[in-house]
Design a protein around this ligand. Structure first.
Ligand code: MSP
Length: 652
């Protein structure tokens, strides 16, 4: 049990939150919830960055004072974090007196180290970054490398920080602690940035009024980045009378202090911030983790283009857990990812409604129908336990490493294994043949314990859903604890009542046609939402390679044909009723030219089980039967599945 301190960037109050901000915050929340779950003393900080020229300008443009603007936006953040169940322990605003006191204490230490001096400062300045750039970093038009907007030539007398002194200590730091900057590619970028040489940094501004007065330099305010970065320690009580939290979470020798940030602000966190701390003689963070950028349909989100993905409509329609899950599943931590309506809905229906929701519902329904309760025993000798013992360390290692999508992959593999167990043991048949026999209790005990553990493993990601899984199985709704991760803690014979599906399926075609699917604040030309049907038609078969992940999104399963008849007025289409293990479905297949419907009954086939429903000649089809296409006419020949393979077995 080691102290774990995790922080989000503090957000500017001149914009409203979008999925980029939500991602940073949810990722920290997942990390914090995981560390609490495994018993680490944990502290999670977020907050707002309220000073500086940009806020001053934005407030003036709206005819309000900067603090009035900040109060308004901060209220939005508080609402949103509540809605997303963000479990922060503290929320710091840089306009709070406690922060001011801490910044003064930090500057006093830097001053004492002899690292501040006054000089005239001239250079190219980007007002959006609130940072100076060297000639080398800009293009011929002196445009900012981050914003692309023109930088202006600024000249003023400033207080300087002797950053140049810290180039070698920083390089030594990166060398001796390879985990200080992650991922590795970002670390390499920062090493070459520092190797190119560091100029001293101007840390006061005389042309900006909205900031913390610079101690000992009337007319100057503290540079907004020095002000903002200090939040990570001022929120722990540095400079206040009470530094208990500071000692516990910033000074503990075995503690971990992780700043999770977007790649855009890595230089501030991995160069300036450790240099300030070194100068002040304070401990450094253990890791600065830079995540990638969220794009919208592969393009940069921008207010002027109007393609910024705001959370409101999504959360209202799908609930916070669906977006939390999507963001963490879709982005490989450290790399960029793209948000599209289509990808969101696919993940919602395939992963949440189908895989997770149906598995839990099926197991709960089987228990309810068989015993009206959870099984009367805990079962230790089964494949579900073995699968859990293999998956849990994979999940835990990935969680420790902020590899959230890998952790989710491990949970999904376990989900598939639990499902496979249920399908193979056919509890519905056992019930029919033996009633509520001890064997049925044993089978369902293993499956139910699997479902409970899926809930615990997912609790950092989808806390609301994890609670609902507990409720369904009559478990106490307490916060998950480390002990809950152990196999065999399922309470026995707990009544199971009626329950609603965890994630009701959403019909994509209806959803898009209802125009409800505008997930961006404003849909502009060129970013109109493509209906999934059009999207499918637009995709030509491709010989290009796909990743295993992409393939795994297709759920192939075996099914047994229970009934078959021709679709009226069609010589090609056959309507099939199929048994998919725990459920029956209707699918329509274009195989009528080769097969007589009667010959199909009893036959085992392979189907795509998570295909969006479609109507073929007015008949609903919930899946697709696979066939080889043979000869010039592409005649469909069904794939044979040996009789011993039970219906509903996953094909992969
Ligand atoms: N106030 C500074 C941070 C100071 S930390 C001491 C700031 N604020 S911000 O509101 O502009 O952005 C904060 C963070 O939001 C980014 O670093 C990043 O973590 C997140 N994101 C903003 N847009 C993003 C995307 N499009 N995609 C992913 N995250 C991005 O910078």
């Amino acid at each position: 049990m080691k102290p774990f301190y995790v922080t989000t960037p503090i957000y500017y109050v001149n914009d409203l939150p979008h999925i980029g901000h939500i991602y940073s915050t949810v990722a920290c929340d997942v990390a914090a919830r995981f560390h609490r779950l495994i018993g680490d003393p944990t502290r999670f900080l977020t907050g707002t960055d309220e000073h500086g020229q940009n806020i001053e300008k934005a407030a003036a443009a709206q005819g309000v004072t900067p603090i009035a603007l900040a109060d308004r936006v901060v209220a939005r953040y508080h609402d949103l974090w509540k809605r997303f169940e963000i479990s922060h322990d503290d929320f710091i605003r840089t306009t709070e007196p406690r922060h001011l006191a801490g910044v003064e204490a930090l500057i006093a230490r830097i001053e004492k180290a002899g690292d501040l001096y006054v000089a005239r400062h001239e250079g190219w300045y980007c007002s959006s970054c609130e940072a100076f750039y060297t000639e080398k970093e800009l293009d011929a038009e002196h445009r900012c490398p981050v914003h692309g907007s023109p930088c202006s030539w600024e000249s003023e007398e400033n207080v300087f920080f002797r950053l140049s002194r810290y180039a070698q200590p920083l390089l030594d730091l990166y060398e001796s602690r390879p985990g200080f900057i992650r991922p590795e590619t970002r670390r390499a970028e920062m090493i070459s940035f520092v190797r190119a040489g560091l100029n001293d940094l101007s840390v006061s501004r005389s042309k900006v009024q909205w900031g913390i007065p610079f101690p000992g330099h009337p007319g100057h305010v503290v540079y907004v980045w020095l002000d903002a970065l200090a939040n990570y320690v001022t929120a722990l009580g540095l400079g206040s009378g009470d530094d208990r939290l500071y000692r516990e979470f910033w000074e503990a020798a075995d503690g971990r202090r992780v700043h999770l940030i977007g790649k855009d602000i890595l230089r501030f966190h991995s160069v300036y911030w450790p240099a300030f701390l070194m100068s002040a003689g304070l401990p450094l963070p253990t890791t600065v983790w830079a995540h990638g950028w969220w794009l919208r349909d592969e393009k940069k989100m921008s207010k002027s283009v109007g393609n910024v993905v705001r959370p409101d409509a999504l959360v209202a329609r799908f609930g916070p857990d669906a977006l939390r899950y999507f963001l963490l599943r879709e982005m490989t931590f450290g790399q960029d990812a793209s948000f599209s309506d289509e990808a969101f809905l696919t993940r919602y229906n395939a992963d949440l409604a189908n895989d997770l929701g149906n598995t839990v519902s099926r197991i709960a329904a089987l228990c309810r129908q068989s015993f009206g309760a959870t099984p009367d025993q805990v079962c230790d000798d089964n494949e579900v336990r073995a699968a859990y013992l293999a998956r849990r360390p994979e999940w835990e290692a990935a969680m420790e490493d902020f590899a959230f999508n890998r952790a989710l992959d491990a949970v999904w593999r376990f989900l598939t294994e639990v499902n496979g167990y249920v399908v193979a043991r056919e509890p519905w048949k056992v019930r029919k043949e033996e009633g509520s026999s001890p064997r049925l209790h044993r089978i369902l005990a293993a499956a139910t314990e699997g479902a409970r553990l899926i809930g615990v493993l997912l609790s950092p990601f989808v806390p609301g859903t994890a609670r609902r899984i507990c409720e369904i199985f009559g478990l106490p709704p307490a916060d998950p604890r480390r002990a809950d991760l152990e196999w065999g803690r399922l309470p026995i014979s707990r009544p199971i009542g009626e329950f609603a599906p965890l994630f009701p399926r959403v019909d994509a075609a209806e959803y898009f046609s209802a125009k409800e699917g505008s997930m961006t604040e404003k849909t502009t030309e060129g970013s109109s939402l493509v209906s999934p049907v059009e999207a499918t038609q637009a995709v030509a078969p491709s010989d290009s390679q796909i990743g295993i992940e992409e393939f795994q999104r297709v759920r192939l399963a075996t099914a047994r044909v229970l009934a078959a008849e021709r679709v009226p007025k069609s010589n090609k289409l056959v309507k099939l009723q199929i048994d998919l293990g725990a459920e029956q479905r209707q699918v329509v297949a274009g195989i009528g030219k080769r097969y007589e419907p009667e010959s199909l009954v009893g036959r085992n086939v392979v189907v795509v089980a998570n295909l969006k429903p479609a109507r073929l000649m007015g008949v609903e089809s919930n899946g697709m039967v696979l066939a080889a296409t043979v000869g010039e006419t592409g005649e469909p020949v069904l794939l044979d599945v040996p009789a011993e393979v039970p219906p509903g077995s996953r094909v992969k």
